[in-house]
Design a protein around this ligand. Structure first.
Ligand SMILES: [Mg+2]
Length: 255
């Protein structure tokens, strides 16, 4: 995958579910283990949210569209034979964190031309539905909030517009340009994000992300981490907590 949209579900809202809201909102799961409540967060100064497959669920199928666009780009623009594209994309993603990073190093790809091809052509509003319950939840959190994505800022803004979540809810959008293309899970990305957020210790940062490798890297650096898009702790037992979607935030935050 080329950007923040990775491989990655259960969604819940409050009791009244607006079917036009979000892509996969289902009624609240009464069995959600509330023992997952995070310990006191007095020490936490800033919340960092991944964008793709975290702010909206994988069922929106943005990743699928982006993957197709990347493969088309690699074939049409870089003349890579179709039968080699899938394998190369996967190996670049695994080696470099994003396909783009690999393509920049190996093919000197211009990131803005790449994003205009693979991202900005997406029909965001048909893929991602508005999510007023998430907007209300985010607005209620009395901490600094940052969108921290391996994608570009324009893509993140378009996702927010489709969700109908004002960009101003976030103190800043930390995109792949802001981290000088040393994207998650590169350790540098996390120290750059802390510097931008003016947070002086990793333990004062809390990351919400669907990517296990991003979560693990952050955790290894001393961040506190919450796995998003998880209905069990399988594969994310190293996390401080896990949730099916960000709609479960009120269940785990001691606010
Ligand atoms: Mg993601």
């Amino acid at each position: 995958m080329g950007t923040g949209t990775e491989n990655s579900q259960v969604e819940q809202s409050s009791e009244s579910v607006d079917l036009n809201d979000s892509c996969a909102v289902s009624p609240a799961d009464k069995n959600f283990p509330t023992s997952l409540k995070l310990p006191q967060l007095q020490n936490v100064e800033a919340l960092f949210f991944d964008c793709d497959d975290t702010l909206y669920p994988p069922s929106c199928k943005v990743a699928e569209q982006v993957r197709k666009n990347i493969q088309k780009y690699m074939n049409e623009k870089l003349q890579i034979p179709l039968d080699k594209v899938v394998e190369l994309q996967q190996s670049l993603f695994e080696q470099y964190g994003t396909t783009l990073r690999g393509l920049q190093l190996l093919y000197e790809v211009d990131p803005f031309e790449y994003w205009s091809y693979i991202h900005w052509s997406l029909d965001y509003k048909s893929l991602i539905k508005r999510d007023t319950s998430l907007r209300n939840i985010l607005q209620s959190l009395p901490l600094k909030k940052f969108l921290f994505t391996n994608a570009d800022k324009t893509h993140a803004q378009k996702c927010l517009q489709a969700l109908d979540i004002p960009e101003e809810i976030f103190d800043d959008i930390i995109d792949v340009v802001a981290v000088r293309f040393k994207n998650k899970p590169d350790f540098d990305s996390f120290s750059t994000a802390l510097a931008i957020a003016n947070v002086d210790e990793p333990s004062k940062a809390l990351l919400f992300d669907d990517s296990v490798r991003n979560l693990r890297a952050a955790k290894n650096l001393g961040w506190r981490v919450v796995g998003v898009g998880r209905t069990s702790k399988e594969g994310v037992d190293f996390c401080d907590a896990w949730i099916p979607s960000l709609h479960y935030l009120p269940y785990i935050l001691p606010l």
